[in-house]
Write a protein that binds this ligand. Sequence first.
Ligand code: FAD
Length: 503
Amino acid sequence: MSDSEVYDLFVIGGGVNGCGIARDAVGRGFKVFLAEMEDLASGTSSASTKLIHGGLRYLEHYEFRLVRKALIERETLWRNAPHIIWPLRFVLPYHKGLRPAWMLRLGLFLYDHLGGRKLLPPTRVLDMKTDAAAVPLKHLFQKAFEYSDCWVDDARLVVLNARDAADRGAVIRTRTKVVEARRDGAIWRVTLRDRRTGEAQEVTARLLVNAAGPWVDDILLNVTRSSNAHNVRLVQGSHIVVARKLDDPRAYIFQNDDGRIVFAIPYERDFTLIGTTDYDYRGDPADAATTDAEVDYLCAAASEYFSRNVVPADVVWTYSGVRPLFDDGASAAQEATRDYVLAMEGDADAAPLINVFGGKITTYRRLAEAVMEKVESRLERRGGKWTKEAVLPGGDFPATGFDAAVAALQERFAFLKPDDARRLMRLYGTEVYGILGDAASYDDLGQHFGGGLYAAEVDHLVTREWAITSDDVLWRRTKQGLTLSKPQIDDLSGYLAQHPHYA
Ligand code: FAD
């Protein structure tokens, strides 16, 4: 089967970078095709610490340019998607014997002033003898610093970029692996394989973007067969989820005595997320899994600070991802640069290839703009930047208006329990009105799968968000996987397998 259309851009990879690039490109008037071999965000982009942050720690490595760029993005992205992104205050206890107080103060002064902070409150010093932040901690800390960053539902950020791209005309194919891409003069012939049917398809495009994250070298070696491979350093990072440790809405950033830092973050109302680790990784990124040693490491790091020890038996869920860092030759995994590098291949007569190395969730929008600059220089078209002010689907309310949006939803759908109203507004923003339709009670939402999950929501995920399996629904589009039992998950799988959308 072949698609007779010649696309302007073919994007390999449905992570945050691929979907961000596809969205930016289609919004500029390019014809775009994106292929993702698994589910959207099934790679690194659902396995992050989920911070839209400047990266306080990167200041120690003098990455001022990256930190400034990322700090400026915080409020831009919050405004673009106030349902899935929100401000979070971080408590950094001053620990005698680790980084001196003057260094923390200087770092946070820079953090406050390097760029872009208009709505987020500045750093303040906490007296840990009186502040509620001390309650869950050992009585060892006299002082702490409290500063701002933002939280993001990383997997939903990816899906909403894909949604916006598709709404604007891009073709988004999931479970579709790119198996070969070869130049035919000024165009690329890209061979795809549908992983569910096994069917092959050829698509042609003028420019190829390799946004395969930790698979970027695999694409270069096995798909385009070009010479640019071995530019990426794979660094595994894992997180553990435990029952809620914090009554406080604030997150903690703990210094570890190996020089690393570990976050403890309020997660999904009833849980605390603790991470992360940094280990050089070899092998297929799809096989990355949290090791016992990582669980022990994270438990020990958190137990240094919390008055009640965190032990492996507390862990209810773990996840692991592989950072695709640009290999800048740094010796320690935690020191490798977190900035992105774009490499263009193909001289004037050959179809161009743009390879994306590295890049954070936080800088995905800027990365897409940088890719588009290269695209426009080769395809000789100018659409201009547009994503800075453009909201993602469901995000059309003011950045500071989330509580008001929940109140309005509750007024319209009085039957919704407050927790359900908040959860739905967090996931879907104003698109929740379309999901709930004319419902006047929970019974009107169709089959109940457990937790807050009803057929109306699942149908939306299937028809508008490319969800196919129960994992897509439970771990990437929502986090209902933390709530549903095995029989409930089986029911959901049965429902999805019979869904008329796939008939
Ligand atoms: P991916 O999300 O991995 O996407 C690449 C996609 O390409 C995959 O979905 C894969 O299936 C697909 N693919 C590969 N080969 C093919 C093929 N042949 N055909 C079709 N598709 C293919 N960043 C932050 O800003 N804040 C954080 O708090 C943060 N924390 C992190 C914590 C950890 C532990 C890790 C690992 C990373 C963290 N990051 C963070 C970094 C961030 O998550 C990544 O840099 C980002 O998600 C990379 O996105 P990507 O689109 O490049 O890669």
